[in-house]
Design a protein around this ligand. Structure first.
Ligand code: MSP
Length: 524
């Protein structure tokens, strides 16, 4: 794996890695869908940091548009007051789930609005935006003019589009249609552009028919909460056109810093906002601006709850922070990442959560850590012994780790976290089994020096297995991993996978804590 790029002056420069999430609508409360996406992006950024890359992780809040204006009116607030309150909720969600972003964009910030205005002006001057009279059907829910192809069984579904009204209006349009063939070519010639690949088919199907130009303005007499068009102050900008620009506005678009992170490595988004927003509007906007394309649209599936779609009316919306308050953020992160195969839908149920908590975290990992701490305390006065490699005794654990390591890293880099965690927990369970087989408690009763050596080797090897597993798990359960490092007397430092996911002897001589319960028993 090449992790560094060598430049002409022979200076070693870190590989950059830029990842974004969708920016959440400011008119609702955080739920498991928002939480999953932010945790997923956080896990990926932590992995790339551990690989020594220069990571930039951007998330934020989508603050303009009709829904925000309407919700604010309903609550007797100004839209800005609503956004300020919602920003607190969404940022707390990140904090409570240990999501460590580098930047949080809010689309009402001047640093974003200025760039949107500049881009509108540029595209208007280029002739990519034009004014026209448009008559058609308008969805009050999705805030867009509808097309025939949005119909299902001859009608626009009410649950998706709400009330559909006939409307005739002068508006500004962005030329999408003329770039359609270029986009089809781009998708066909860049298999990594959409992950998982099967989602590209959906985009190509959408592009198989004619596409309309995009209406990017809303008259202020209908909607005032938005960014004014720089060339016509009777209009505000359509919320999607504004929101998509967040991905470039706050990383220095039009400045010399821009190339530091752009093009983005991953736009992490849910499957509902791939077509047309991210796979059609956004690449065409970038193309019209003559900018490089995103490397990958990382499209995740949706969470359902005990088999049904989550909805406010069913009252089954899961708030992950409720779980995080009881169990801590790491079990929630572990559950989300372990249970969802990236790209597919997945189901949240309390029983599934409880089973992952009890079995993987409590029995397999938590017990292993407390057993090792107890034994090092009892048999070695709390100091981790040294492992002398040529004495044997490792019971195949070193070979098992060597067989697991590269596959684990590859699976993580390939976003196959469910497989990576499966493998890692096989290794953790094997470590428990190894302790059972070596039975240090029996060896401790013997006075033979061979048994004494075997005892010390067993504890050193088992502790090293846990150090490695904790480091591998760090992106997913960073707090528990840090806790394990602390209990094992490892001083805080910059963690690196390539150098430290190797079987070694770095724990020898460390003073271990006497015991700890990482995942307390659940109160049923
Ligand atoms: N504001 C737009 C995104 C603009 S990006 C330039 C938006 N916001 S949202 O709040 O409705 O959704 C934010 C993200 O959460 C989206 O990627 C969406 O797919 C994701 N999820 C919302 N509900 C979800 C589930 N039930 N499960 C998984 N993710 C889902 O769309």
């Amino acid at each position: 794996m090449i992790r560094y790029v060598l430049f002409s002056q022979n200076s070693l420069i870190m590989k950059k890695f830029y990842i974004t999430t969708a920016i959440d609508y400011a008119n609702g409360k955080p739920h498991i869908g928002h939480a999953y996406e932010k945790v997923l992006a956080d896990v990926i950024s932590r992995i790339h940091r551990l690989l020594g890359e220069d990571v930039h992780f951007l998330t934020g809040l989508d603050e303009h548009g009709q829904k925000v204006q309407q919700t604010a009116e309903k609550n007797g607030m100004t839209p800005q007051e609503l956004c300020n309150a919602t920003a607190v909720d969404f940022r707390s969600m990140c904090r409570e789930l240990s999501v460590l972003y580098d930047d949080y964009v809010r689309t009402t910030q001047p640093r974003h609005k200025d760039v949107v205005s500049n881009i509108l002006e540029k595209l208007f001057a280029q002739g990519e935006i034009y004014k026209a009279e448009y008559s058609g059907y308008y969805s009050t829910v999705t805030e867009q003019f509808l097309q025939e192809k949005d119909k299902v069984d001859g009608v626009w579904p009410k649950e998706t589009f709400g009330d559909v009204v006939e409307m005739s209006e002068s508006n500004y349009f962005f030329r999408l249609a003329k770039h359609k063939d270029w986009l089809i070519d781009h998708i066909n010639s860049h298999p990594d552009f959409i992950f998982p690949q099967f989602r590209a088919k959906q985009v190509l199907e959408f592009l198989a028919d004619d596409i309309n130009d995009l209406c990017i303005s809303r008259p202020k007499n209908r909607l005032s909460w938005g960014i004014s068009l720089p060339f016509d102050d009777q209009y505000v900008t359509y919320v999607w056109f504004d929101a998509l620009i967040n991905y470039i506005s706050v990383v220095g678009y039009d400045t010399k810093d821009f190339e530091k992170y752009w093009p983005v490595d991953y736009h992490t988004i849910g499957k509902d906002i791939l077509v047309p927003a991210h796979a059609v509007y956004w690449p065409i906007m970038l193309h019209a601006l003559d900018l490089p394309m995103p490397k990958t649209l990382l499209v995740h599936g949706w969470w359902t709850c005990s088999g049904t779609k989550m909805s406010k009316s069913l009252g089954n919306v899961i708030n992950p922070m409720e779980y995080a308050k009881i169990y801590g953020s790491d079990p929630v992160r572990y559950f989300l990442i372990r249970e969802m195969k990236v790209g597919q839908d997945s189901d949240f149920s309390h029983d599934l959560f409880a089973s992952r908590y009890d079995n993987d975290l409590g029995n397999d990992l938590g017990n292993l850590v407390s057993r090792i701490l107890n034994m090092v305390s009892r048999y070695c006065d709390g100091v981790c012994p040294e492992y002398i490699q040529d004495q044997g005794h490792d019971g195949g654990m070193i070979a098992l780790w060597e067989a697991t390591r590269d596959r684990f890293i590859d699976q993580c880099c390939g976003l196959q976290f469910h497989l990576a965690l499966d493998d890692l927990f096989i290794f953790i369970r094997a470590t428990n089994k190894y302790i059972e087989t070596m039975a240090p408690w029996k060896l401790a009763k013997s006075s033979a020096s061979a048994d004494k050596n075997a005892l010390l080797a067993t504890l050193a090897i088992a502790a090293e297995c846990v150090r490695i597993a904790a480091l591998a798990l760090y992106p997913i359960i960073p707090n528990m991993s840090a806790q394990i490092f602390y209990l094992f007397g490892i001083s805080p430092k910059t963690l690196r996978w390539e150098a430290e996911l190797q079987f070694g002897n770095s724990l020898a001589g460390n003073r271990f804590a006497e015991g700890a319960i990482l995942f307390p028993r659940r109160d049923p």
